[in-house]
Design a protein around this ligand. Structure first.
Ligand code: DC
Length: 230
């Protein structure tokens, strides 16, 4: 047992658009470890709520959805993470801005966060886990061996989202994206439970002006010579 956990964990926390999704998937692939995309769990709860017209203010109803969530994940080396809700693929719906926005609201409720806690911890399996989110290093895996807080300027993060959406042929407005990002940052950082903040023992990486390869190399380097469990 390593620090009470069955396998080593690398947590990668950070704000929306910091690149942690991409970096986490690549790091998991390179290390041959499992991947937890915790944001996808909050997005799934939000998506199920939107589809069943459950109010985003109804904490108890949202927590029930979280407890009963029928979700399946599969990690593909090229396609990345695929997600199923009630047996049906939901990859596109999950990545929509309105789902992310709703997820950020759903994630403010303590009962929802509690309901997802054990489900997230169950991802910790041998040979290891890369856990991507907002509170991986602070709340879900406080004993993690390797903790990273990945960030970038708001302008750069809005720009990245803009390019991603344009590449997918979707409509996007840079100013609106920036404003949405500011609102989401404020909500994620200021909520009472498990707010977005670096763990005291996290390595902070600012990816502003850095390419994916450079950040990935820094992350893998940190794991290679990181603090090993006693
Ligand atoms: O990382 P993401 O954009 O998929 O996350 C969507 C929302 O879910 C995000 O705005 C806040 C919430 N979230 C959270 O509160 N805690 C996590 N560990 C992951 C995501």
């Amino acid at each position: 047992m390593l620090g009470g956990m069955v396998a080593p964990v690398l947590t990668i926390d950070g704000p929306a658009g910091s690149g942690k999704g991409t970096i986490s998937a690549l790091a998991a692939e390179k290390l041959g470890w499992h991947l937890l995309d915790s944001g996808a769990l909050y997005r799934l709860v939000a998506l199920a709520a939107l589809r069943h017209a459950v109010s985003l203010d109804h904490e108890q109803a949202l927590a029930r959805i979280a407890v009963n969530l029928d979700a399946r994940f599969a990690l593909h080396p090229v396609k990345g993470l695929s997600v199923w809700l009630n047996g049906l693929p939901v990859d596109e719906a999950l990545r929509e801005e309105r789902t992310g926005e709703a997820a950020s609201k759903v994630a403010t409720w303590p009962l929802v966060r509690d309901a997802l806690l054990q489900r997230q911890r169950a991802f910790c399996q041998v040979p290891g886990l890369v856990a991507d989110g907002r509170d991986m290093g602070t709340v879900v895996f406080p004993q993690a061996h390797y903790k990273i807080f990945l960030t970038a300027s708001q302008e750069e993060r809005a720009n990245r989202r803009y390019k991603q959406l344009k590449e997918k042929g979707l409509d996007a407005n840079l100013q609106t994206l920036l404003e949405d990002l500011q609102a989401r940052d404020a909500r994620d950082a200021n909520r009472a439970v498990a707010p977005l903040k670096p763990a005291d023992d996290a390595l902070v990486i600012d990816s502003t002006g850095k390419g994916i390869d450079e950040v990935l190399a820094q992350v893998l380097d940190y794991v290679a010579q990181g603090v090993h469990p006693s």
